[in-house]
Design a protein around this ligand. Structure first.
Ligand SMILES: C[S@@+](CC[C@H](N)C(=O)[O-])C[C@H]1O[C@@H](n2cnc3c(N)ncnc32)[C@H](O)[C@@H]1O
Length: 339
């Protein structure tokens, strides 16, 4: 009861209601909200503080930036979503806010384009060396469990490629990356794709900020060759899988392009089946047949393994795959106008 009252009190103010309406569409910073709402930063910060304290918003700090979004669960999250559902799509102020959100998202897009202008040359060159991207994407989708995926974790998500690819199948998904710049690109891409049920978060793949066994699927797409300890990354990824959960790793098979170490900071020049299999075994995962996709001078392989259903942790929790609290899937609001 107290929590509901707290949430209701915090939300019962015009600007705070507008903030809730906006954060239902995207994770936003104070500066984004200042720009959209046309109010001073101290004012917006005060409103945000109140909403966070009441549990109606959550704050996610990434270096100097704080991002605000609706909580995935809890009384505050439920309340926020009820409020969002009640906002009339034709309300003049709300519609204007969404229009401005759309306009500032074009600014994000321009920044993304800038970022890619600086790096795209290298990326395109590397891509051209290996298998056709469409073939890799389609093999990755095939390697994932069939049908809807309750909860997906994409490790080293970069610009969110795998999240965009699986967006329609994943009921809930989160991408992690250690690069803030890449996460901003991913956020912008997810916003443009309308994938409001997907989040990204800054984290190192060696130590993921989630409890054990919370995901039905974990992907590591073209990331493992950057890891100092790929075996430890596989173990950490395996820790994320609930019973029956599937790990899919996509990376290069062994090659001799030494220049990639220098130019692209590749730590490993590909992996063979036996290496990946031994790391999966060590993490108690059941090995599935790998798939190799021939390309130019580089070959890409997909390695998959599963957390057995009769795992010891299964006995503790027979509800099998469960989401970590903060990533729980949410239905999308049916009454919201798209910005
Ligand atoms: C080649 S990109 C691949 C991005 C994405 N998976 C894709 O398929 O397009 C590699 C990504 O791994 C991320 N990365 C490298 N080391 C990492 C680490 N220790 N923890 C988290 N992310 C990392 C980089 O920031 C980069 O975004």
């Amino acid at each position: 009861m107290d929590e509901i009252l707290k949430g209701l009190r915090a939300s019962a103010e015009a600007t705070r209601l507008r903030i809730i309406g906006l954060c239902a569409h995207a994770e936003l910073t104070v500066s984004d909200l200042v720009e959209i709402l046309g109010q001073s930063q101290p004012r917006i910060s005060r409103h945000l503080k109140l909403l966070v304290e009441a549990g109606v918003l959550v704050r996610n700090q990434e270096g100097p930036w704080a991002w605000y979004r609706l909580p995935e669960e809890g009384v505050g999250g439920e309340l926020a979503r009820l409020i969002v559902d009640l906002l009339p799509p034709d309300d003049r102020k709300h519609a204007q806010d969404l229009k401005r959100l759309q306009a500032i998202s074009e600014g994000w897009t321009a920044r993304v384009a800038d970022f890619f202008r600086q790096h795209a040359g290298d990326w395109e060159r590397i891509r051209s060396l290996h298998a056709d991207q469409k073939a890799v994407d389609s093999a990755l989708l095939d390697a994932l469990p069939g049908g809807p995926i309750e909860s997906l974790l994409d490790i080293g998500t970069g610009a969110g490629h795998v999240l965009l690819l699986t967006g329609d199948r994943a009921q809930s998904a989160i991408g992690v990356d250690r690069s803030r710049e890449m996460l901003n690109v991913a956020r912008s891409n997810l916003f443009r794709a309308g994938l409001r049920h997907i989040q990204v978060r800054q984290a190192d793949m060696m130590s993921l900020p989630f409890a054990d066994g919370g995901f039905a699927a974990v992907t590591i797409n073209m990331v493992l060759h950057f890891a100092d300890r790929p075996d430890a990354v596989v173990a950490e990824a395996a820790r994320m899988l609930g019973p029956g959960g599937r790990l899919v790793i996509v990376d290069f098979t062994p090659h001799h392009l030494e220049a990639l170490r220098e130019e692209q900071a590749h730590r490993w020049l590909g992996f063979d089946d036996d290496q990946i299999r031994s790391w999966c075994r060590a993490a108690d995962l059941a090995w599935l047949p790998p798939r190799h996709l021939a390309g130019g001078s580089l070959t890409v392989a997909l390695w998959s393994a599963e957390r057995p259903v009769a795992d010891a942790s299964d006995a503790k929790d027979s509800s099998a795959v469960r989401l970590p609290g903060k990533v729980r899937a949410r239905g999308r609001s049916t009454r919201q106008a798209k910005p």
